[in-house]
Design a binder for this molecule. Structure first.
Ligand code: CUO
Length: 689
């Protein structure tokens, strides 16, 4: 079996686990020796697991190995929850690896990988170990199927040192005849999809309460997805597309089709397409044991809206719980997603997850054609589909409805007395001030861990993604309060004009801002100049950590000094997608917003022993084992409508805020990454424009 041995990086070394003979199915016992020698031959480290008391997996084994595991199907969720419980219950690390090794061969690989990754991230004795990025373990969820037949040829015929990367074209799922395809580079970006998969791994909505309950996880569900929509809208403006239309009429045909071209691997089924003009319908798929109607979605939606308008929800015990300014958004996040923390699933249902499922099965809602679910049914693939954004724009609208019931921030609340943001400047080396620059870059990932054929060795794929030149932000702040102060700098980028080229009303404008960064600043009395690099952003993780290839050149033990740092936490927006593509010529006109808020009002009590790892993408991912590091509502100060009298962003600004115009300029050239530092790229583009 291809998934015979789990691999895991431990102390910077990749190891394989030897499977004790008792673990092997009877029919494999005669060839046990051969199997042992065949797997993991590329790896020096082998760890023999202790033969432990084996768990009973008979229930979990009901999920066929060939089926596409998806969290959105409650039956699959239950299997995952039981397996997570087994993995979490192992009394020490050795027993965990042993049980995981045993289970790997027995059950559905997608289910195994999910439960194993969740357990790895949440067990106190393993949470420092890296989770292999899904691009390595399941590359078929990210790359077109044809890549794998080419990889097979490459890896069986060509010796490892002579293999060439398989080039994946930028445009392979559709053509620009479909206008939605203009933003396919965003939707199908490997790093963005990895981030989304990893986020849901860190914040599972099912499993045990101990795993699911995390500080403000419902609010973070809202905020992280709100930012995805804002980012997608900005990306659409760069491509002459209007903002995404929310999917609020569940009976309407969906004009957007999507043909994923992702193929099966490991014998599982591939992802079916959705044709333009499809409608979601009542779902009754006996094999998956799911049954719900569009009417259910509508009832849940209406009940959630009534709760919001009444300012309170009803919990399971009939008690009324206020949707307060502080807690309301978090409660709603758990209700809408829905997580097992939803206070009343009978009443408010499971609208967001079942919406995913309705789209994922609209090509075969009653299962008569035995078709598996579509890409919307998997957190690793959902963001590829245009309907993801229409659905999440609808979901976000519910949260915004709640936000509009909250008291407005007064100018006084927004002010930081004595603090004045005097000047902001963005600089990109060799370019005029206040410009950001983007281009295309080719990078390489190693797929070998996810390929089920031999001989092994590196199997490289070269793909093209957006990239930008690094920039510096310089903020001049005057402190006339008479004493040194600490503040939180909140940096956002938004479009200057709407899709018609008109100026924004603040009410629409505020939800268009994408967070670029958030950091602490110390302000001495008088004038301070704060400098910050784009690579320091609190929303992103570096490219290497998104993909964290453990291929030969990136193994920490090969002396790559950066590699050791990559071994933690893959949650975080990919650095290469920090800013939108912009436009050629004069660029897309944007506004960069800076606010310095009073740290005394922002600070939370962080646990003393603050982990050093995983702290650099806290804005969208939170901190591990900690409360969210900012007391303010997520998205502050844009998280709610403004006080009376604010029509434009200019009216919204208090002295501790400022905006400047920034042009995001795209150069439609592709640069090969191999061995090139991003800083060097500036030379390649010739003279500044
Ligand atoms: Cu992330 Cu709908 O929650 O996919």
């Amino acid at each position: 079996e291809p998934m015979f041995l789990p691999r895991q990086s431990i102390n910077g070394k990749e190891v394989v686990f030897d499977v004790p003979a008792d673990y092997v199915d009877d029919r494999y016992k005669p060839i046990y020796q051969e199997l042992q020698s065949r797997f993991g031959t590329d790896n020096p480290e082998r760890v023999t697991v202790r033969a432990s008391k084996l768990p009973n997996l008979s229930q979990i084994k009901q999920l066929d190995r060939r089926e596409n595991f998806t969290l959105f199907i409650p039956r699959h969720r239950k299997f995952a929850a039981s397996l997570i419980k087994i993995f979490m219950g192992a009394k020490d690390k050795e027993e965990f690896f042993s049980v995981a090794t045993y289970a790997r061969d027995q059950i559905n690989p997608g289910l195994w990988n999910y439960a194993y990754s969740v357990a790895l991230l949440h067990r106190p004795d393993t949470k420092h170990l890296p989770v292999a990025p899904l691009t390595e373990t399941f590359p078929n969820k990210f790359l077109a199927g044809e890549v794998f037949s080419r990889a097979l040829a490459e890896s069986t015929i060509v010796p490892e040192d002579q293999r060439l990367p398989i080039e994946i074209p930028r445009d392979y799922t559709a053509t620009d005849l479909d206008v939605e395809h203009r933003v396919a580079y965003f939707r199908e970006d490997l790093g963005i999809n990895l981030h989304h998969w990893h986020w849901h791994l860190v914040y599972p909505f099912d499993g045990t309460v101990e795993i699911v309950r995390k500080d403000r996880r419902g609010e973070l569900f809202y905020y992280m997805h709100q930012q995805i929509i804002a980012r997608y809208n900005l990306e659409r403006f760069c491509n002459n597309l209007a903002r995404v239309k929310k999917f609020n009429n569940f009976r309407e045909a969906i004009p957007e089709g999507y043909f994923p071209k992702l193929d099966s691997l490991l014998g599982s089924r591939s992802w079916p397409p959705r044709f333009s003009g499809t409608t979601i319908r009542d779902v009754y798929r006996e094999a998956d044991q799911i049954e719900f109607e569009i009417l259910d979605l509508e009832r849940w939606r209406d009940r959630i809206y009534s709760a919001i308008h009444g300012g309170a929800i009803q919990d399971n015990n009939g008690r009324t719980v206020q949707l307060s300014e502080g807690q309301g958004i978090d409660i709603l996040g758990n209700i809408i997603e829905a997580s097992i923390l939803s206070p009343n699933k009978n009443l408010y249902g499971d609208i967001h997850n079942f919406g995913h499922l309705a789209f994922a099965s609209c090509h075969d809602p009653d299962g008569r054609n035995l078709e598996p679910v579509g890409v919307m049914g998997d957190t690793a693939t959902a963001m590829r589909d245009p309907i993801f954004y229409r659905w999440h724009a609808f979901v976000d609208e519910i949260f915004q409805e709640h936000k509009s019931t909250l008291p407005r921030y007064t100018a006084e609340q927004l002010t930081f007395p004595g603090i004045n943001v005097a000047k902001i400047e963005v600089s990109t080396q060799g370019r005029p001030a206040n410009q950001m620059h983007t281009f295309w870059q080719q990078s390489i990932i190693d797929m070998q861990r996810g390929l089920d054929f031999y001989p092994r060795g590196a199997v490289l794929a070269k793909f093209t993604h957006l990239q930008h030149m690094p920039y510096n932000l310089k903020i001049t702040v005057e402190n006339s309060s008479g004493a040194p102060k600490t503040g939180t700098a909140r940096i956002f980028l938004g479009p200057k004009f709407d899709e018609r080229g008109f100026r924004w009303n603040f009410g629409d404008h505020r939800v268009m801002f994408i967070e670029l960064d958030k950091f602490l600043v110390t302000l001495k009395n008088g004038t301070s100049v704060i400098e910050r690099k784009s690579t320091q952003s609190s929303v992103t993780i570096p490219f290497e950590r998104t993909f964290r290839s453990l291929g030969p050149s990136n193994r920490p033990d090969d002396g790559n000094p950066q590699a050791a740092g990559f071994n933690f936490c893959g949650c975080g927006w990919p650095q290469h997608m920090l800013i939108p593509k912009g436009m050629e010529g004069n660029g897309l006109q944007c506004q960069l917003f800076v606010m310095i808020s009073d740290y005394n009002a922002d600070k939370v009590d962080l646990p003393r022993q603050q982990q050093k790892s995983c702290t650099d993408a806290a804005s969208y991912c939170g901190l591990r084992d900690s409360v969210y590091p900012d007391k303010r509502a997520m998205g502050y100060p844009f998280d709610r409508p403004a006080r009376d009298g604010v029509d434009r962003i200019a009216d919204f600004l208090t002295a501790n805020m400022a905006v400047i115009d920034v042009a995001v300029i795209h150069n439609n050239r592709t640069v090969d990454q191999s061995g090139v530092q991003i800083q060097d790229l500036q030379d390649r583009f010739g003279k500044p424009q």
